[in-house]
Design a protein around this ligand. Structure first.
Ligand code: GUN
Length: 294
């Protein structure tokens, strides 16, 4: 069998169109232009690429983009002061501090200093708590994008499905589990210390690979017909060339799975689209207006 490809790039383009339509209505009907501020501390090349791409997509959707770059020698107090300045700025509806931060900066303290209403990453403890108790939360962008693709592809078939998440990060694994529970999946969070990891993954109707290890999930770990969402973005060198691969060995898995997201062109574009979705939601809540229909 050859799996159906879940085209995240095309899906993300549709989501971004919907965001642009909502932004146009917010401007016309309420005079509101949502604004997103991104803070990048240091020179990490991958982070620089993400931040540039976020800024471009924000402007293309009709929103205001604010970008702040700080040197990797920036102190904790300097980064905190920037967050506080953005919390107080009414033009800024969403704040994203790109992670990881340099070691002298206390990452958790910075995340929890962001106004929860502007926390478009959904990493603040208030938002993680709201998500896990079924209250209105800002939902982390990568798991939100995965949920949208799964709902689109599987719909009601998610109900009662065995979902195995490989990876227990705060950014993906843990919030993903909450979202899958909302859709009535039976959820397992597996990780590098899980006993018989291939055996656990083989039970899954839905596999979410988010471990950050290139091609760790092999084709013979996949139950025939399963839906595979590959969150990994790993740069590797093969045959003297730089290549982007996921956490799943695509060539093997595509022969076994029912559906699979490619890397690149799967989860990645959806993450940025969901950041725009969250920024519009945050702006509407801050202004006390109902979110317009797309
Ligand atoms: N670094 C890697 N992924 C993310 C993300 O989703 N948000 C932030 N802020 N930093 C990241």
């Amino acid at each position: 069998m050859t799996a159906t490809l879940i085209d995240g790039k095309a899906f993300a383009a549709k989501v971004r169109e919907g965001v642009a339509a909502k932004v146009a209505k917010l401007k016309a009907e309420h005079g509101i232009t949502p604004g997103l501020a991104v803070v990048l501390v240091g020179e990490d090349p991958a982070s620089q690429v993400y931040v540039r791409s976020k800024g471009k997509s924000t402007v293309e959707a009709g929103m205001e983009s604010f970008e702040f770059r700080m040197p990797d020698t920036a102190s904790h107090a300097e980064v905190l002061a920037k967050v506080e300045e953005l919390n107080a700025d009414p033009r800024v509806n969403g704040i994203l501090v790109q992670l990881p931060l340099p070691s002298q900066v206390d990452e958790n303290a910075i995340i929890n200093a962001i106004d929860p209403a502007k926390d478009v990453d959904g990493f603040h403890v208030i938002n993680t708590g709201r998500l896990s108790t079924g209250q209105d939360a800002m939902v982390p962008c990568t798991p939100l994008g995965c949920q949208m693709m799964l709902r689109d592809h599987l719909g009601k078939k998610m109900e009662g499905a065995n979902a195995v998440i490989v990876g227990r990060s705060n950014i993906v694994g843990k919030p993903m589990a909450q979202l899958l529970l909302q859709d009535n999946c039976t959820v397992t969070i597996a990780h590098s210390r899980t006993k018989d990891l291939p055996g656990v993954v083989r039970q899954a109707d839905i596999v979410i690979a988010a471990v950050g290890r290139p091609e760790m999930v092999r084709g013979d770990w996949i139950k025939p017909g399963a839906t595979v969402i590959d969150v990994g973005i790993n740069r590797i060198e093969r045959d003297g060339k730089n290549k982007l691969v996921g956490d799943v060995c695509f060539e093997e898995a595509v022969e076994v799975a029912g559906a699979i997201t490619p890397v690149p062109g799967g989860v990645g574009p959806m993450t940025i689209a969901c950041l725009l979705v969250n920024t519009v939601t945050a702006a509407c809540r801050q202004h006390g207006v109902t979110e317009p229909e797309a």
